[in-house]
Every structure is written in structure tokens, then in C-alpha cells.
Design a protein around this ligand. Sequence first.
Ligand code: SF4
Length: 403
Amino acid sequence: MSIFDQATHRSVQWQDWRWQQKNALRDEPALRIACGGWSEEITAHIEHNLQDRKMQITPYYIDLIKRSLTSGPITDHPLWRQVVPYWSEQVAGDYDGTSENWELGHEMKTPICQHKYDNRVILRMTNTCNAYCQFCFEALRTLQVGTDKPNASTDSFKDSVAYIRSNPAIEEVILSGGDPLMLADRRLEENLAALRSIRDDLLIRIHSRALSFNPFRVTDELVAMLKKYNVNAFGVHVCHPLELTADFAAAVKRIQSAVPIVFSNMPLLRGVNDDEATLHKLFIDLYRLGVKPYYLYHFMPFSPGRPNIKPRSARRSLLWIVSNGACRTLPCPNMYCRTHKASLRCRCWTLKSLKTCHILKCTTGSAIIVSVIGKGTGAVGRMPESTHGRGNDGHEARGGSFY
Ligand code: SF4
């Protein structure tokens, strides 16, 4: 009997976030059966990639895919593309499967505390997620089979609290992962209590993709905890309007009852959301839910899926956002771009066009901030939020910049 026979949509079981986690699909045969079958070629690609890469998809997310399947190939489905390791191209270019994408050595104050920006730190609370995005820029700890990245231990969390306590310049702590909502309530509560004990005015922000993959994680108990420890902001990671379901909306509403600021961050992904109609719907529908589209980032640092899912033209999307006037309205996110090897990989991002974007920002009074990182962009690298894009040594440029 399949998991879809075991639990109907509105059953208690289906809406139990632990059940969704426990029954996540992790191998090709289970996924193939759940999706109604596909060719041997697709099976071969997925199985090849699963030799060194993890896949995990909740029944909830699979169900979303199934219910929105059209007559086109499943490999073009915008949700399927995010979570299934299907591509025939070699993992080429920037990502070699072993090097760090994000946590630069000098930024790590403890094994899990990353002091990347002057006034805020990021705490990596766990290496796991409800489902794994195959474009994940944190691939070494989320996607890689047999990662040696340390998990958050009690000691490393205590050391992180001590570091924050001893640095009054730190104004904000960002709980990230993996997905921090993978932690059990008891552990999350202990951690939030410890952070809140540092200072009453310490800003606490949580980033999560649970609302897309497992919205049932937002329980009454979790919401009470967010309120009790005065969590200031909640960042929802979302990619496509199909993810904005009634369950997603209900979870947003519950979070809004406890957390003053709810915003979204969204990667721009080829074949997922890199067209104007999809972006428009995503921004407007989030706005309808009271979620501020905060930033759209143009494919972040190196990732296994990069050759397959990197948007062909960030410039086109940016110019659309700017030119249609949406930039002067609340639903418009900031956009973060990288220009690593800009002249080779993304010719549109020349210094001239970057200046143009910057001028557009000035002349329209736009809310858009173009954050530029990467090689060969020292001059423009001093734009907002780009403090880690100055270097030309390649490694530095890997740091990326958002949050
Ligand atoms: S939820 Fe976030 S951390 Fe987890 S795999 Fe997706 S992008 Fe990576």
C-alpha cells in the first residue's frame, strides 16, 4: 500500500509533520511509482546522481506535483525540477562536489556560528531539511552523501551563545540550516530560550523552507514558542506560486499571529520561475498573504545543479522588474546577483549594465538593491550587502552575500 493510500489529505496522519518527514521519499523506485512511472532514461539519470547525492521529498510535496501535472513531460514540472536530481549534464564548472560553497573559514566563530556580516550572525542549527533542493548552495551539508560537516552539538551551540553574548555589536541572530524547524520543539525551545537570555533587544530571525515542503510543522506549540521568545522575523523560502497552497497560507497566518515580520526569499531558477508571469504571480500572491517578497537572488554560490537550473538571464528578469514599475510597490523584492566570471558566464552583467541597473535604481527611486558579488567586480562590489565580494582570489568570491 502506498503512502498516498495510507493517508488522505485531511487526515490527522497526513497533517502530522513528523509523519510527513518519516514517509519522505528517498529513492528512485518509490518516487517513480508515486509519480505514475517514467522512462528508463529518467531512472538512469536519477540513480546515477543518487550515488553521491541525497534526495528527500515529503508526500505533501509529491502530492502537489501530482495534482499539478499537465500533459507535458514531468521533467519540466517546476516543483519536480527543484527536488529531483535529474540532469544528464556533468556536474561541471564551479562546483566540484567537495569544496565549500558558503561558510568561509574565517567567518566561522564556532562550528555552527557564522559571522558573515558586521551586525548579525547566522547559526546553522541542523544539516537536514524536510526535502532537499537540488540547487542547494549549502550542498556540502544538505545534499552530499557522507558529509563531514559537523552537526550542531550542544557544545557548539553553547559556544555560539557565549560568542554572541561577548559581542554587543551583534544586533541580530539568524537561525538557519538546513532547516531550523527540523529540530524538535523541546530542542528549539531550549535554543530560543538561551538566545533570548542574551539580551532583550537581540533580534531573532528564523529562515525556513518548511512551509513549502511540510507546512504542518507550524503547529500551535511552535507558534506559542515563537511568541514566548519574541522572534522578530520569519523568512519563508519559496520558489513557485504552486507552493502557495491553502496549507501554506494557513501556516503563514499562524506565524503572523506571533511574529511581526514575515518575508520571503526566492532563488531565481531556470525552468522554475525565470519568466515574468511566474514571478509576477509569486510576488503578488505572497503579498496577498501578507508576506513581503524580500529578495530574489540570482543563483547563489556553487551548487551541484547549477548547470541545469541556473537562469539564462538574470538581467532580463531584473529589467522586467524595474521597467514594469513593480519596483516602486511593496510586492517587489530586492534582487541579489552574482557576477562570478561575469564576462565569461553572463555577458550581460558588464560593468556598464550594472551601472545602468544602479542608475535605474536612483532615477526611479526604486526599492531594488542590486547586490553584486564575485570576481572582477571590485568597483561595484561595494554596493550594499556585498561586503564579501571584494576578493579576486576565487575562494573569497564563493562567499556570496544575502540574509
Ligand atoms: S531547504 Fe534550504 S538548506 Fe534545505 S536543501 Fe533547500 S535550499 Fe538547501
